[in-house]
Design a protein around this ligand. Structure first.
Ligand code: SF4
Ligand code: SF4
Length: 469
C-alpha cells in the first residue's frame, strides 16, 4: 500500500450523483437510494487540508458537475490550488469534442484536475472548467468497456488470512489510484471512502491539514473496508454499459438493507462464490487502462459522435435591416433574453445559411466572443463576461466585455466546423505547445518529494478486519 503522500492524486468527492449507472461503479452509483452533495464548508476544509501536497488535488464524483454549487466550489478551489505550470487557453472552434478534449486532457504534473463523465452540466460549466482545469480525465462511457466486480468478499471466496494480507497490500487500485475525501472524512483509498458512504460507516479521518501524510502502518481500522471489496482479487468483469453490478451473496444481503435503485430494479448478478475459483480467473490487468478497449486506449474516452458540448440552440439577430432568419429582436438580445448562443449579423445581407448550419456541428467555448471581420458576432448567454449583466449595448464596444484572450477572430467562415489543412496544422501546433509544459523539468517548477516506491505493507496483519464478513 501507499501513503496518500506518495500518490499522484488525492480526490475530493463532491457528490456521488451521476447521470450514468455503470456496472460495478467505483462510487456505487445506482446503489445509493439518495446521492450526497458535499457542502461548501466541507469542500473548503478539504481543499485547505491539501496544502503542501505535491500531486493533483482532484475534483471528482459521481459526476462532479451535477453538484448544484459546482461553480462556487471551483471558484474557491481556483483561489487555493495553484497550478505551477502555464496553461494554454483553448478557444478556437473544433469539429468535435474529442478534438477539443485532446487539448485539455492528461496534463500530468498539474496541481488541478477534474474527473468527469461529461454529463449535460459539463456544458453549463464549460467555460469555467476550461479556465481552471488543465488536467481533465474524462470518460463519457459510450464505448464498450469493462468494470471488474467490486462487491465480493474474500472470505466468501475462501481466501485465507495470510494470502489475503499480501493481496490486499498489493491492491492495484490503492497503489495506482487515489486516496479521497468524502463529506464524512478522509480515507486512504477512494473505494474505502465510497464503501463508507454506501454502508453508512463511521466516517474517515478528520479533514485537517496533513491527514494525507499517514503511512500504511497508520491506516488502522479503515482497512476493514478491504474486507468488503474485491479490487485486490481476480474476479469477473462485465460490460460497464449493462448497468448491472456483480455481487457476492453476503454483499447482496448488505445491499438489500441499503435498498438502492439497482437492487430494487434487479440490476445485479450474484457471483456463485462456492463454485468460483479466483486463482483460475484472469481478472483485469494491473493497468490504468484496464476498463477501456485495449487497442483504443484513451481514444475510447470520448465517443467520436459525442455532441454533449455542441451548441444547443442558436438564435439570430440582424443589427439593422430585416431578415427572415431572425429569431430575436434587438431588444431581446440587448436584454440578454436568450438561452444559449446568439449570432448577431451586421445587416440582412450577411446572414449566412452555411454559417448557421455549421455552428451546431462544432465545439465552441461558451466563454468566448467569436467574430468574423465584424460581419457577425457570436456569443453565449452563459459567458462569464455577461452572466451577471441584465443588458448590453450592441455597439462596437461589446467585445470589450470579454477578456482579450476570449475574443476570437474566426479564421474560417462561413463553415467554421470545416478545418483546412492549415488550420489542422495550426491546431496541432497549439496542442503540442500546450503539452510542451511537460518538457519543463519538474525541479524548475517546484521541488517534488513524491516517491515512486512500490507497495508497502500496511501492517502485515489483519488490522481492522471486519468481523462479520
Ligand atoms: S460514469 Fe463513472 S461515476 Fe458515473 S456511474 Fe459510470 S463509473 Fe460511476
Ligand atoms: S481492497 Fe478495495 S478498499 Fe482495499 S485498498 Fe483495495 S480498492 Fe481500496
Amino acid at each position: 500500500m501507499k501513503s496518500p503522500a506518495e500518490m499522484k492524486t488525492i480526490q475530493i468527492e463532491v457528490t456521488n450523483a451521476c447521470h450514468k449507472s455503470c456496472s460495478n461503479c467505483t462510487r456505487f452509483c445506482g446503489e445509493h437510494p439518495k446521492p450526497f452533495f458535499m457542502d461548501v464548508d466541507t469542500f473548503k476544509k478539504a481543499v485547505d487540508s491539501m496544502e503542501g501536497f505535491d500531486g493533483i488535488v482532484g475534483v471528482m464524483g459521481g459526476e462532479p458537475t451535477l453538484h448544484p454549487q459546482f461553480s462556487e466550489l471551483v471558484d474557491y478551489y481556483e483561489s487555493k490550488v495553484e497550478d505551477p505550470r502555464p496553461k494554454a487557453f483553448i478557444g478556437d472552434p473544433t469539429p468535435t469534442f474529442k478534438e477539443y478534449g485532446r487539448m485539455v486532457k492528461y496534463e500530468r504534473g498539474r496541481k488541478r484536475g477534474l474527473w468527469s463523465a461529461l454529463g449535460t452540466n459539463y456544458y453549463k460549466h464549460f467555460e469555467q472548467i476550461q479556465d481552471v482545469f488543465a488536467h481533465q480525465v474524462v470518460n463519457d462511457h459510450h464505448s464498450v468497456s469493462t468494470h471488474q466486480a467490486i462487491l465480493v468478499t474474500r472470505k466468501e471466496l475462501g481466501i485465507p488470512d495470510d494470502e489475503w494480507v499480501k493481496l490486499r497490500d498489493n491492491c492495484w487500485v490503492q497503489n495506482l489510484w487515489s486516496a479521497s475525501i468524502t463529506p464524512k472524512g478522509a480515507f486512504f483509498c477512494e473505494i474505502a471512502g465510497a464503501l463508507d458512504m454506501l454502508f453508512n460507516g463511521p466516517g474517515g479521518w478528520p479533514i485537517e491539514p496533513g491527514w494525507w501524510k499517514r503511512k500504511p502502518s497508520e491506516f488502522g481500522d479503515q482497512l476493514k473496508w478491504c474486507e468488503m471489496c474485491s479490487c485486490a482479487l481476480k474476479v469477473p468483469a462485465n460490460n460497464a454499459n449493462d448497468d448491472t453490478d456483480i455481487v457476492s451473496p453476503k454483499m447482496l444481503e448488505k445491499l438489500k438493507e441499503v435498498n438502492g435503485p439497482k437492487i430494487r430494479n434487479d440490476k445485479f448478478v450474484i457471483l456463485d462464490t462456492n463454485n468460483f475459483d479466483h486463482s483460475k480467473c484472469e481478472g483485469h490487468e494491473r493497468d490504468q487502462k484496464w476498463y477501456l478497449p485495449k487497442d483504443w486506449g484513451d481514444e475510447a474516452r470520448i465517443a467520436a459522435d459525442n455532441t454533449i458540448n455542441n451548441p444547443r440552440k442558436l438564435d439570430v439577430m440582424v443589427r439593422s435591416g430585416e431578415s427572415n432568419k431572425s429569431t430575436l429582436t434587438r431588444d431581446q438580445v440587448e436584454n440578454l433574453n436568450f438561452k444559449d448562443w446568439v449570432a448577431v449579423f451586421r445587416d440582412g445581407s450577411t446572414v449566412n445559411a452555411e454559417f448557421l448550419e455549421s455552428i451546431p456541428k462544432c465545439v465552441l467555448n461558451p466563454g468566448c466572443f467569436y467574430t468574423f471581420k465584424d460581419q457577425v458576432w457570436l456569443f453565449n448567454r452563459r459567458a462569464k463576461a455577461i452572466r451577471k449583466l441584465t443588458n448590453i449595448n450592441l455597439d462596437q464596444h461589446l467585445s470589450q466585455l470579454w477578456e482579450k484572450k476570449k475574443r476570437i477572430e474566426l479564421k474560417s467562415y462561413p463553415n467554421i466546423a470545416r478545418q483546412t489543412m492549415g488550420q489542422k496544422i495550426s491546431l496541432r501546433m497549439k496542442y503540442l505547445k500546450h503539452r510542451s509544459a511537460f518538457l519543463v523539468p519538474e525541479f524548475l517548477l517546484k521541488k517534488h518529494n513524491r516517491g515512486n516506491s512500490g507497495p508497502s505493507p500496511s501492517t502485515g496483519t489483519l488490522a481492522g478486519s471486519a468481523g462479520s464478513l
